[in-house]
Write a protein that binds this ligand. Structure first.
Ligand code: ATP
Length: 217
């Protein structure tokens, strides 16, 4: 179980002015933290910092007290990111995308096969396992990216707008899967602009005007 802390962080892209200033937030094991805000408020920016992709200009990101310095190290610390643009390889199948990720994080081929099947099934994608990503619909691609994130069995799961292309039933299914992750002790952070999805989370941090404020502490 891992606690992810962001402490007094100013977060910027390159030399641009900070998108977010003075952000302090803790993501706790067993909880889903919603990160909300309008388009451009900085949800992806905050999750990028949490994932080790975008080290803060000032302040810290800590996983159980250890400074998160870059993405490779964050992966070793068990910080999984499901990116907004899904990040899948278009010319691999759904199953291959997942298996490759499991093996890249130390899983055996047998584990990769098992976890791939286990993660596709609850997302209703068993029949699509051997289809190329480029042959799948937008929603099926988004669900494949979620399946890959779940298959990695992280200690921290950062989910960036992962229900934006899903119908109501699939959105509900995904929220239930995030709750199941939290129930096994994962610290889940879910960026969303959907108020219903945010309401299903344990706490809500709202981003506006470059600052993070608690909508529901
Ligand atoms: N990769 C990037 N490089 C440079 N600037 C970026 C990058 N990603 C985001 N930004 C900038 O950071 C600011 C916040 O964008 P961000 O994507 O974090 O917002 P968001 O809340 O996730 O929005 P959305 O709901 O539209 O996804 C914007 O001004 C955007 O231009």
């Amino acid at each position: 179980m891992t606690t992810l802390d962001v402490e007094e962080a100013d977060i910027a892209w390159g030399d641009d002015a900070p998108v977010l200033r003075g952000v302090t937030v803790q993501a706790n094991p067993g909880e889903i933290l919603a990160v909300t805000g309008t388009s451009g408020a900085g949800k992806t920016t905050l999750l990028s910092a949490m994932a080790g992709l975008l080290p803060p200009v000032t302040g810290l990101v800590l996983a159980d007290g250890e400074k998160v310095t870059d993405r490779d190290q964050a992966v070793k610390l068990g910080i999984v990111l499901i990116p907004q643009d899904n990040g899948l390889a278009a010319i691999l199948t759904a199953a291959e995308n997942i298996s490759v990720a499991v093996i890249a994080t130390g899983g055996t081929a047998a584990e990769a096969r098992r976890r791939t099947a286990e993660s596709l099934e609850p997302l209703g994608l068993s029949a699509q396992a051997n289809q190329l990503i480029e042959e799948l619909s937008g929603g099926q691609q988004q669900r494949t990216a979620i399946a890959r994130g779940l298959a990695l069995r992280g200690d921290v799961l950062l989910a960036d707008e992962i229900t934006s292309e899903l119908d109501a039933a699939n959105r509900q299914r995904v929220i239930e899967l995030l709750k199941a992750e939290a129930a096994r002790g994962v610290a889940v952070v879910f960026a969303t602009h959907d108020p219903e999805a945010a309401a299903a989370c344990d706490r809500e941090l709202h981003l506006a005007d470059g600052e993070a404020v608690w909508a529901r502490p």
